[in-house]
Unconditional design. Structure first.
Length: 190
């Protein structure tokens, strides 16, 4: 009980202790900049200059997806329909990398875009830890991207639809990588 009271006192006084994702690095200058600490995905700051990400698929592992491949959607636990997206990257931090994924319907022009670009049907922006994979790469899988998000399109309109999955990653050091994969989606209409 005494340690709980001490923790509450520290938290309310503006002093807090939390684990660091930089493995014990300290903020020597007090300016919020934590020194670089290498990890399995980014061995040095120079690795960020050649950062790379590849879009794939997979609920429990990363699977390569060829350009133009067909992905089959699944019905989710709350009634929506989704495809699984997975990423493989190198040259970006394993922990703390901001991951943005866009799912755009290439068959439906965006009425709000001046260039008539594709309609965005889902956007996700997360920070999840990547897992180490052989060859110095790291993977993130099991990202559920809902197709019938917010009721923008009826599911029957998506049978055979051409979608672009775009992933953009940016790590705390400012290194950035982007990749896109065009796929076709299909699945049962329930």
């Amino acid at each position: 009980m005494r340690s709980l009271a001490l923790a509450l006192a520290l938290a309310t006084s503006g002093v807090a202790c939390s684990p660091s994702s930089t493995s014990g690095a300290t903020d020597a200058g007090g300016d919020g900049n934590v020194p670089f600490a290498p990890d399995e995905c980014k061995a040095s700051l120079a690795a960020g200059a050649t950062a790379n990400v590849t879009v794939g698929s997979g609920q429990s592992a990363y699977l390569d997806v060829a350009e133009g491949a067909t992905l089959t959607w699944e019905r989710g636990p709350q009634g929506g329909h989704h495809v699984w997206v997975a990423l493989r990257m190198i040259g970006l931090r394993k922990v703390g990398t901001l991951t943005s994924i866009d799912l755009d319907d290439l068959d439906v022009p965006d009425p709000h875009a001046a260039d008539g670009g594709a309609t965005n049907i889902n956007h996700s922006r997360v920070i999840f830890d990547f897992e180490r994979e052989e060859g110095g790469h790291c993977v993130l899988y099991g990202m559920r991207m809902q197709l019938d998000n917010a009721g923008s399109l009826a599911l029957d309109q998506l049978v055979g639809a051409h979608l672009r999955i775009t992933a953009t990653l940016q790590d705390p050091d400012g290194a950035k990588a982007t990749s896109a994969r065009d796929v076709i989606v299909t699945g049962p209409l329930d």
